[in-house]
Design a binder for this molecule. Structure first.
Ligand SMILES: C[S@@+](CC[C@H](N)C(=O)[O-])C[C@H]1O[C@@H](n2cnc3c(N)ncnc32)[C@H](O)[C@@H]1O
Length: 232
């Protein structure tokens, strides 16, 4: 697939409201770590490798879920370096806190916040990592969130994004049929609100540069997008 095709590929519009997403993930929090997260293990592991986080770097994870990735990030930074994580769901934050505590770390700060309105000053982070969060948002909101990621990143900082995606934009995936077919109010509870997206073009539109996309097939076929916040 050429870059041009991927960058302009159509994205199925989101059907989920924020209130429903929060409520659904409060429920998902009881089983997400055991049931859903293992299916996404491969792409997230590869994304963390590609992120090449250095011990002194300031890292923010957006949409931390049950906290397993945040623990992986904590393993990669100095114990004196504070890592930040935000999520919309209070119950996911509680799960995350337990997971971090069990892993023996005390240098994480978790906050209840929305990816579209991050409670941080401009240019604070070297890395913003986010997996399977932007693929829940409407196209308009993805762009708002990406601009927000760029705002909080230092010049030359990197956004590391993992999302459901597909190899061939022209071919519909089973999950897309399900997404369109089922009542909109079920989508957050059954599919977690996620559908395949393409973030290379949107990342450029949000002002990122040096945007790279890597596709990884499998049950949860995903893209890993690395984007640089160059000078403003
Ligand atoms: C599919 S889970 C992914 C969790 C984790 N990132 C992972 O890869 O395992 C999506 C998470 O993003 C959170 N979330 C959804 N919409 C969000 C938003 N607008 N801002 C912040 N978090 C959001 C949900 O509450 C949930 O914890």
């Amino acid at each position: 697939m050429t870059d041009q095709v991927i960058e302009t590929a159509p994205i199925v519009e989101s059907v989920s409201k924020t209130r429903e997403i929060r409520r659904a993930y409060d429920l998902w929090s009881y089983i997400y770590g055991e049931v859903a997260a293992p299916l996404e293990h491969g792409p997230r592991k590869l994304a963390l490798e590609r992120a090449s986080i250095r011990p002194y770097e300031k890292v923010l994870e957006v949409g931390i879920g049950p906290g397993q990735i945040l623990v992986e990030i904590l393993k990669r930074v100095d114990r004196t370096n504070r890592v930040y994580g935000v999520d919309l769901s209070w119950k996911m934050l509680v799960k995350s806190q337990q997971c971090i505590h069990r892993a023996g770390y005390s240098n994480a700060s978790l906050l209840e916040a929305d990816a579209r309105r991050l409670p941080f000053a401009d240019q604070v982070f070297d890395v913003v990592y986010s997996s399977y969060v932007l693929d829940i948002l409407s196209v308009e909101d993805i762009l708002i969130a990406l601009k927000e990621f760029r705002r909080v990143l230092k010049v030359n900082g990197r956004a590391v994004l993992v999302n459901l995606s597909k190899q061939n934009p022209q071919r519909h995936m089973f999950v897309e049929y399900l997404y369109r077919w089922m009542p909109a109010s079920w989508v957050p509870y059954i599919l977690g609100g996620c559908r395949p997206v393409f973030l290379k073009g949107l990342s450029r539109e949000a002002g990122f540069s040096g945007v790279e996309r890597e596709f990884m097939g499998g049950l949860m076929s995903s893209e890993i997008v690395i984007a640089r916040a160059s000078s403003r």
